[in-house]
Design a protein around this ligand. Structure first.
Ligand code: SF4
Ligand code: SF4
Length: 180
């Protein structure tokens, strides 16, 4: 790992809200369960299914769901202002219950085969006007990445099972398949 990664451990979020306004936040069934336990919303009010034209997500990347209406990605439902859980004060209204991706953001990391971090960077998915006068723990960042992987892997396995099904079902059937 290049030495200049260390300066990124001083990252401090300036709470601009860009990352909650602009991108579609991909979620797993476990994310839905956590949000649901707090908001009591039915799953279909928590998530939406986004078309390939709505998200910059390579066809080869995992997460695509084959529905009868076509290929879709499941992400948090949005309003015109961005994520439905973004408050007027630019803060997350479900902070303690937010998806794992939101917790790990904006750190991107790549792990080596030995489990060590090989690359740490700040996500380029949105403009992030951060400052470098904060303090972050590499151990905590890695724990979040591990948590994310632990929930993503079984979700992607479920998707593989669903995507083999014929005839294809719709959104309701997919959420039922996930246990909602
Ligand atoms: S769930 Fe919260 S942290 Fe995640 S995108 Fe929405 S508002 Fe932001
Ligand atoms: S884009 Fe960067 S600075 Fe803005 S809220 Fe997200 S993490 Fe914080």
């Amino acid at each position: 790992m290049a030495e200049d990664w260390k300066k990124l451990l001083s990252f401090r979020c300036t709470c601009c809200g860009n990352c909650c306004r602009e991108p579609i936040v991909l979620v797993t069934d476990e994310d839905i369960r956590r949000v649901q336990a707090h908001t009591r919303q039915p799953a279909h009010k928590i998530v939406d299914f986004y078309k390939p034209s709505e998200i910059a997500w390579e066809k080869s990347q995992p997460g695509w769901i084959r529905l009868k209406s076509g290929r879709r990605i499941m992400g948090l439902k949005r309003t015109e202002a961005g994520c439905q859980y973004l408050g007027d004060d630019e803060l997350c209204t479900i902070y303690e219950h937010r998806p794992v991706t939101c917790r790990r953001y904006p750190f991107d990391l790549e792990m080596g085969a030995d489990g060590d971090i090989e690359l740490l960077s700040i996500s380029q998915s949105v403009e992030c006007p951060y400052e470098l006068d904060g303090e972050n723990s590499l151990t905590e960042i890695k724990a979040l990445a591990d948590w994310e992987e632990k929930e993503e892997d079984p979700y992607f396995e479920k998707l593989e099972g669903w995507n083999k099904k014929k005839p294809r079902g719709g959104k309701k059937k997919f959420l039922k398949f996930l246990g909602f």
